[in-house]
Design a protein around this ligand. Structure first.
Ligand SMILES: [Zn+2]
Length: 393
């Protein structure tokens, strides 16, 4: 389904612009008209991370006149494996500012608007309303649902992408012409079921594969050329090197864009809607949670602890807490590893950030290990508060 251009053309291109964009101008489908539309376009990138980095670089190079960047985070060394808009000298500086500097170097004709803040229910509509199109590169479900809801409520199209290890997905959600994210995924996955890239990893170059699809779709929407990914989900498998397109229909029962919507404004709390951990895990951890510092004190006092790292072997290779035994979460949940747990020692579980260990704790308690505890914030907290000399990831 071809759609009319999203943006009206700018009045003129300068001599400099004509020189710079000549390889676009000689494509008949883009031409002077398309380049003028790009010049007039206002695009917001939500996140200057894995997807936002390549997306912003190519949106800027393509001549999108106004680029907004919203990100509250600062550049970390572990970002540089994939977030190619940032460099070594940017480590520690806000991502939005670092990205703006790179854009200025690639294309000083772009007007960059920095939103060095977290997107939340109080600012999302006001920020989105300043743009024609949103490119969503967020990595968590709470923000993803909020982006979708705000875009639908404002009638804005947005280009969505997601990445994990070797798998990527992309689509265009535009309520006026097709389904929304909630039509595709009515409910967030159960907490702890879908690991984030921070927990599960991502092949760096996958960001470029999916980020470039997002830019491609943004350019098509702005200029009105080709068939945008409205109502279609692109599924990319980097190991198979396969791209599949799956039809996605508007769901008449969608809570947001369906015939009888039950969601008529932004939710009060998206974190709550998506849930950080499951109800079982919340109940298991209540009164059974210690800090990394308390674990260290227990170890120093000679307490008889059975410390279990429930992460995966690849993570264990990166860093580990002294005295820990590796038993991945899956083996605890399946019951396979329960025989390895002693009845007469204090069991302490930890993972990277405290989500997986909470799920494992719930399974252990159900199996009868009532005194087991887990470490809040996992090994990340251990590195931050007990032993900064350990490598982090
Ligand atoms: Zn919907």
């Amino acid at each position: 389904m071809a759609l009319p251009p999203l943006v009206e053309p700018a009045a003129e291109l300068s001599v400099d612009e004509i020189r710079r964009y000549s390889r676009h101008l000689i494509i008949p489908d883009v031409g002077m008209d398309g380049q003028k539309r790009l010049k007039n376009a206002k695009v917001l990138a939500v996140g200057a991370g894995g997807l936002g980095s390549p997306a912003l670089l190519y949106l800027a190079a393509a001549g999108v006149g106004t680029l907004g960047i919203i990100d509250f985070d600062t550049v970390d060394e572990s970002n540089l494996q994939r977030q190619v808009i940032h460099g070594v000298s940017d480590v520690g500086t806000p991502k939005a500012e670092s990205a703006a500097r790179s854009i200025a170097e690639i294309n000083p004709l772009v007007n960059v608007v920095i939103h060095n803040t977290a997107l939340d229910r109080d600012n999302v509509k006001e920020i989105f309303s300043q743009y024609d199109l949103i490119v969503d590169g967020t990595d968590n479900f709470a923000t993803r649902y909020m982006v979708n809801d705000a875009a639908v409520l404002l009638g804005k199209p947005y280009v969505w992408g997601s990445i994990y290890r070797f798998d990527g997905q992309a689509s265009v959600f535009w309520e006026e012409h097709g389904p929304c994210y909630r039509c595709l995924y009515p409910e967030p996955p159960p907490p702890g079921m879908v690991p984030s890239c921070a927990e599960g990893g991502v092949l760096g170059v996958l960001c470029a594969s999916i980020g470039s699809i997002q830019v491609n779709e943004a350019i098509k929407l702005i200029t009105g050329i080709g068939e945008p990914l409205v109502g279609r989900l692109m599924v990319y498998d980097a190991l198979e090197m396969s791209y599949r397109k799956i039809k996605v229909r508007k769901d008449p029962n969608c809570a947001l864009c369906g015939e009888n919507p039950t969601v008529t404004d932004l939710l009060e709390d998206y974190e709550d809607f998506c849930g950080a951990v499951s109800v079982e895990a919340q109940e298991a951890t209540a009164g059974s949670t210690i800090t990394a510092r308390e674990l260290k004190d227990w170890q120093d006092s000679g307490k008889d602890i059975f410390l279990v790292d429930v992460r995966e072997p690849a993570e264990w290779e990166i860093n580990r807490i002294p005295g820990a035994t590796l038993i991945p979460k899956g083996e605890i949940l399946s019951g396979e590893a329960l025989a390895k747990f002693p009845q007469d020692r204090q069991i302490v579980l930890h993972c990277k950030s405290g989500v997986r260990s909470a799920e494992a704790l719930a399974a252990l308690k159900t199996a009868g290990f009532k005194d087991a505890v887990h470490v809040q914030g996992g090994i990340v907290s251990w590195v931050n508060t007990v032993d900064p000399s350990l490598p982090s990831y």
